[in-house]
Write a protein that binds this ligand. Structure first.
Ligand code: FES
Ligand code: FES
Length: 151
């Protein structure tokens, strides 16, 4: 059936099956920045924002999303680029596979809690796994980024 999705502020008509997941729909539409990892709601690399909140797109049925705002990293491009400079400065930019989902989660954190403590950063990002960095450099980069964004 045809439904209208709102992705990064643009309305798009898509043909979906009742059991299509958002990750697959987005890939079919060309949003390949949304990564596939575990496909079982465990790794967070497929994170997108739904009405501003991070969700694993591999576990959300597309057919339920006609009235929702979907954001991929293309929708926060400038912010993601600024954040990546902080990752680079901390040596936290390795394979980069987790970065789009992480950037979206950081965007959501910034809006929910602009001045988080390091523990609050770690807790908020607990669902965004990274196989490369060991997290310490990532979290430090995110803390520095959020501090400078709010300065
Ligand atoms: S691919 Fe969705 S949580 Fe891992
Ligand atoms: S940098 Fe490789 S998975 Fe995070």
């Amino acid at each position: 059936m045809k439904i209208t999705l709102t992705i990064n502020g643009k309305r798009r008509i898509v043909d979906v099956e009742p059991n299509d997941y958002l990750l697959d729909t987005l890939h079919h539409m060309g949003y390949i920045s949304v990564r596939r990892g575990c496909d079982t709601t465990s790794c967070g690399v497929c994170t997108v924002l739904l009405d501003g909140k991070p969700v694993p797109s591999c576990s959300v049925l597309t057919i339920r999303l006609s009235d929702r705002q979907i954001t991929t990293v293309e929708g926060i491009q400038e912010e993601a680029e600024r954040l990546s400079e902080y990752f680079g400065a901390e040596g936290a930019d390795q394979c980069g596979y987790c970065n789009p989902g992480l950037a979206l989660a950081v965007h959501a954190l910034k809006h929910e809690n602009p001045h988080p403590t390091m523990d609050e950063i770690k807790n908020y990002l607990v669902a965004n796994l990274c196989r490369c960095t060991g997290y310490v450099a990532q979290h430090k980069a995110i803390r520095d980024y959020l501090e400078d964004e709010e300065a």
